[in-house]
Design a protein around this ligand. Structure first.
Ligand SMILES: Cc1cc2nc3c(=O)[nH]c(=O)nc-3n(C[C@H](O)[C@H](O)[C@H](O)COP(=O)(O)O)c2cc1C
Ligand code: SF4
Ligand code: SF4
Length: 277
């Protein structure tokens, strides 16, 4: 079988889960290509026998860049597909978003996988949640998922894949589904602080220009942000010169009121005994 895994990943969590799945597929004798969203074309998704789409969860949903990619795919009538994601304790509708968009192109989505991923977010209340995740157990689970999935697809079974998450096929918990629906990119731009570049620190290396997933940064001659920002904060957390900053006084409060231990335990995905700070 020719398997394509297309993933969006900023800090490597989703990429490393995709790599673990690819190991599982290859061990079972299947040719597997891993393609970063930055380099993926619609043709990459349209070819092959089985398509996997992966993403981190942002604001309890799938981020704009992967949604836009899926919306622009050609018809995938009858193509077998699966989805995967990494997240903190409130994945909301991230898997369902991917499923829904693939199904809209005609794909036959058979299963979905979710793993925890350490947060690299500048809001003080979120920094460093779930350290070390995904870990060895998460990678082992991803390989087991790949094995179960390939057996399922090879057998042409009409039943759901045993390891699949139920929120692949229906939106996650109602509260975080609502948070996701409210958190449009425009709403996030109003609620969360804009990253501000400091020309005195910037050495014009262009890293942020390349890394911004919505091509919202230009150098003129120092970084200028346009109006497409999705508040992913990749520029701020990754700039080698630490040239970006943001004022978190209000944004941190807004985030903490939705993404706290109590709510994530009641309405999210936090398991008994798991702590987030
Ligand atoms: C901007 C941003 C928003 C996030 N929002 C959520 C969220 O709403 N719920 C959640 O469970 N995790 C959230 N996370 C955590 C990421 O989904 C998690 O860290 C993921 O593993 C990152 O994947 P990557 O390393 O492949 O980029 C967020 C992370 C970032 C950077
Ligand atoms: S990544 Fe940092 S140092 Fe490089 S161009 Fe952007 S702001 Fe300047
Ligand atoms: S400007 Fe920065 S925060 Fe905004 S989308 Fe680009 S990388 Fe993300």
């Amino acid at each position: 079988m020719d398997i394509r895994l297309i993933y969006f990943s900023q800090t490597g969590n989703t990429r490393r889960i995709a790599e673990a799945m690819a190991e599982g597929f290859r061990e079972a004798g299947h040719a597997t290509r891993l393609i970063s969203l930055k380099k993926a074309s619609p043709q990459d998704a349209a070819a092959g026998d089985l398509l996997g789409i992966g993403t981190p969860c942002f604001s309890s949903q799938a981020p704009a860049p992967i949604k836009t990619f899926l919306q622009n795919l050609p018809a995938l009538e009858g193509r077998r597909a699966f989805v995967f994601a990494t997240s903190g304790g409130a994945p909301g509708r991230v898997l369902f978003d991917l499923t829904r968009l693939l199904q809209a192109r005609g794909a036959d989505v058979v299963s979905g996988f979710l793993a925890r991923g350490e947060l690299h977010h500048p809001a003080p209340c979120l920094q460093g949640r779930f350290p070390g995740r995904p870990n060895a157990e998460d990678f082992a689970r991803a390989r087991r998922f790949a094995t179960a999935l390939i057996e399922h697809v090879s057998a042409g079974s009409p039943d759901p894949v045993a390891e699949s998450r139920p929120d692949t096929f229906k939106p996650g918990g109602r509260f975080y589904n609502l948070v996701a629906l409210i958190s449009t990119d425009g709403f996030l731009r109003r609620m969360l602080p804009e990253p501000k570049p400091d020309p005195a620190r910037c050495n014009r290396c262009q890293w942020c220009v390349y890394e911004c997933p919505v091509h919202n940064i230009t150098l003129q001659p120092y970084p200028i942000l346009g109006d497409r920002c999705i508040r992913c904060y990749r520029c701020l957390t990754g700039c080698p010169q630490k040239a970006f900053h943001a004022d978190w006084r209000l944004g941190n409060l807004a985030i903490l009121s939705f993404y706290n231990t109590t709510f994530e335990r009641w309405f999210g995905d936090l398991k008994p005994g798991e702590r987030i700070y």
